[in-house]
Design a protein around this ligand. Structure first.
Ligand code: PMP
Length: 400
């Protein structure tokens, strides 16, 4: 009976977003969802995306189905953004991709594969993490969904010893989700030396790395640098999966462009692995949509468009860095209690303010500032008009 379905509360993001839209205050500030905003608070769309989309529309002569694994040109150029030159590896079947419905879809297809065909039952993901990680794996049949220590909430730094201890205790064949860069929500990434240690533990404990990369280039400003960990694992001969999202990098959130990259030591059974992926896709949605992936492919494969993309993308990253600096300065000038160096130490689109639930509520009800639990904020929801208002409000909240 439908009546017997348990009653649940709304997802925190949707609840906060709805409340923001219902708020009629002229000073309200939206820091909820991680979409890139311009200085005037409007949603930013990269001009090169518009150009490429027009080309795609002009070139479209049919809307025939794609194969379940999608457009091969797209998955190959997406994978080479991660690994560099992969021509030979691709030919030999040691690297291949599955076009997915965004990064979340890539996580889902990967989780289904690991659960159904590799008999994996345990997954570890960071505490805290992208909120849907646990649910995706649980819904895909994983019996154990564990968090590993990541953020030390006292020092606002990575608890690296805790992380190492937790994954060292994981049983063989556990899947470990690793944010490759721009960790959501903490903005704290591992150093190269730390990645080297993690790779060692993975090898020794026979764990299966599952990279999640949704912000390539947004952490360091350089796409190669942000893929360092992925390239290092590959160079160490480790086999892994990687869920790659193009939503943030191309400001194309609703086109749902993602790639699941599979990296193997040998390509001997890759044809049969691909058939397993095809079966999973067919059982879920048959085959992926065309437009977004075709647009990203157009940009990645056309040097002129790619150059334009790189240059606009760099401006986006500069804006993130400038806002971080200005926000830290505003909080320090305001004399807001606590240290604020983590704002400029963290990288990428999010700042984790580590506020209590009641502080988040206070900011909402008394200052019309909206954010999700723990005080994770979208950096680009701040701008030079509202930064000092938000800093004052945070100061007020922390002094209550
Ligand atoms: N992984 C992480 C770490 C993310 O932050 C996000 C987006 N919030 C995703 C995956 C999902 O990306 P997409 O929107 O492309 O599904």
């Amino acid at each position: 009976q439908f009546n017997n379905v348990p009653v649940v509360g709304r997802n925190g993001y949707i609840e906060a977003d709805t409340a923001f839209h219902n708020d009629i205050s002229p000073v309200k500030v939206d820091l909820v969802f991680g979409t890139f905003r311009s200085e005037d608070t409007s949603q930013y769309l990269l001009p090169v995306v518009k150009r490429a989309e027009n080309m795609v529309v002009n070139d479209t002569s049919s809307h025939d189905y794609l194969s379940p694994t999608g457009i091969e040109g797209f998955t190959k150029s997406a994978s080479s953004l991660l690994l560099g030159d992969i021509d030979q590896l691709w030919k030999e079947g040691m690297v291949f991709g599955v076009q997915c419905i965004g990064g979340a879809g890539a996580l889902k297809i990967g989780a289904e594969f690991l659960s159904r065909y590799m008999n994996c039952t345990t997954v570890y993901y960071p505490d805290p993490s992208y909120e849907i990680h646990g649910t995706i794996f649980e819904f895909s049949g994983f019996q154990n969904t564990f968090e590993y220590r990541y953020l030390n909430r006292e020092t606002k730094a990575i608890d690296f010893d805790g992380l190492c201890e937790d994954i060292s205790n994981a049983s063989v064949d556990s899947v470990v989700i690793l944010h490759a860069c721009g960790h959501n929500p903490t903005g704290l990434d591992l150093t190269k030396d730390q990645w080297i240690i993690i790779a060692e533990i993975m090898k020794e404990r026979k764990l299966i790395p599952f990279f999640d990369i949704a912000y390539q280039g947004m952490a360091s400003g350089d796409t190669e640098e942000d893929a360092w960990a992925i390239r290092y694992f590959h160079s160490e001969g480790i086999q892994f999966l990687c869920a790659q999202s193009f939503s943030k990098m191309f400001t194309m959130y609703n086109e749902r462009v993602g790639n699941l990259m599979v990296v193997l030591k040998s390509g001997f059974n890759s044809d049969s692995l691909k058939i397993h992926f095809e079966r999973i896709v067919r059982s879920l949605y048959s085959n992926p949509p065309n437009h977004g992936a075709r647009t990203v492919y157009q940009i990645l494969s056309n040097p002129e468009l790619y150059k334009e993309w790189s240059s606009s993308f760099k401006s986006m990253v500069v804006r993130i860095i400038e806002i971080r600096r200005a926000f830290r300065k505003a909080l320090e000038e305001e004399g807001a209690p606590g240290k604020w160096n983590h704002i400029t130490d963290q990288k990428g689109m999010f700042i984790l303010l580590l506020l209590t639930d009641s502080q988040v509520e206070y900011l909402r009800y008394f200052h019309h500032i909206y954010m999700v639990k723990s005080g994770r904020i979208n950096v680009t929801g701040l701008n030079f008009t509202n930064i000092s208002y938000v800093a004052k409000a945070i100061n007020d909240t922390l002094r209550k």
